[in-house]
Design a protein around this ligand. Structure first.
Ligand code: GUN
Length: 313
């Protein structure tokens, strides 16, 4: 059971991303143990970080911890902010050739003098566990999910949608607010692939509130704190809040902050059928799906059947 809290006309069920992420990680760990027996090696994940961005360092450390917890080989390449584009590309190419490595992630953002598009294009598509390489973008666009690696946050958000609405979204109208390459566009493709009728809206959409009110599934991925109001929500809708925004919280003391989503959670909860909290909703899914993608990449590269981590090994 992934939804907790009573669904009543006055309070949505809360979609517990931490619980779903823990289950995916548990399955990934079990399948990784089986992979080690079959392939004679652990799945390997390499994370590359360039520079000293504090948030990136925290994310990269969490990815390393999760990989180790899953029983993966975990490699971290830490490069100085002055690293040239050519030198970074050479690091990526060496990881492409390293047979112990199944997944490569180059942490973004990169320093201004490095073109992220060039670096992403240098990653071997079958090791692109971020799903950002143009070949994987194209595969997702073509609905070829058996060959694609799908970006982690959208893949995680889809699992949460599945937990609330099932895997077939036929007849349902999904509205995605946000058109980023990392979240908005890929989640729209995944929703379409699950047979939803999909609208992609964004900050320049006319009468955004009215568009949102037509959504059976509303995915908020704009990065604007509390932008989506309670009266933008269709009664009973599933609301997936991908936003993670740090805002001042003077009520907690001087200089304190707190995390909020793109949705006015308290107001939306009174109207929605099910809703993800921030934090504890989509956030925990991203790293879990990175591990699942690495497991998938390892099996494909070893010519083993890719496990369905929805079911126990
Ligand atoms: N920086 C913030 N989120 C991400 C992500 O999902 N992948 C990479 N590579 N960098 C990020």
């Amino acid at each position: 059971m992934t939804i907790s809290g009573a669904a009543s006309p006055t309070s949505a069920a809360i979609i517990d991303g931490k619980a779903v992420a823990a289950r995916v990680t548990e399955q990934t760990r079990a399948f990784a143990a089986r992979f080690r027996d079959q392939a004679g090696r652990a799945p390997g994940l390499a994370v590359v970080i360039v520079g000293e961005d504090p948030a990136s360092k925290v994310y990269v450390a969490s990815k390393g911890v999760a990989a180790t917890e899953c029983g993966f080989l975990s490699i971290q390449e830490t490069l100085s902010a002055a690293t040239s584009e050519d030198a970074l590309e050479a690091v990526v190419k060496a990881l492409n050739e390293n047979q112990a490595v199944d997944g490569i992630l180059v942490q973004l953002p990169l320093p201004d003098h490095i073109r992220a598009a060039r670096i992403i294009a240098a990653i071997a598509p079958d090791k692109d566990v971020d799903g950002f390489h143009p070949l994987n973008v194209g595969r997702l666009g073509a609905g070829d999910l058996s060959d694609a690696l799908v970006p982690c946050t959208p893949a995680g958000a889809m699992l949460l949608i599945e937990s609330a609405r099932g895997r077939d979204l036929s007849g349902l109208h999904a509205v995605v607010v946000g058109r980023s390459n990392i979240v908005g566009k890929p989640i729209a493709q995944l929703l379409l692939n699950a047979n939803a009728t999909v609208t992609i809206a964004h900050s320049r959409t006319a009468d955004l509130a009215e568009v949102c009110r037509r959504a059976d599934i509303l995915v908020a991925a704009v990065g604007r704190p509390l932008m989506i109001k309670g009266d933008w929500i269709k009664p009973g809708a599933t609301v997936i809040d991908v936003g993670i925004n740090r805002v001042p919280a003077p009520e907690r003391g001087e200089g304190k902050t707190r995390l909020v989503g793109d949705v006015d959670y308290a107001a939306a909860r009174a109207v929605a059928g099910a809703i993800t909290p921030v934090p504890g909703g989509v956030g925990p899914m991203t790293i879990a799906m990175l591990m699942a993608n690495t497991l998938t990449a390892a099996h494909r590269r070893a010519h083993l059947p890719v496990p369905d981590w929805r079911v126990a090994p």
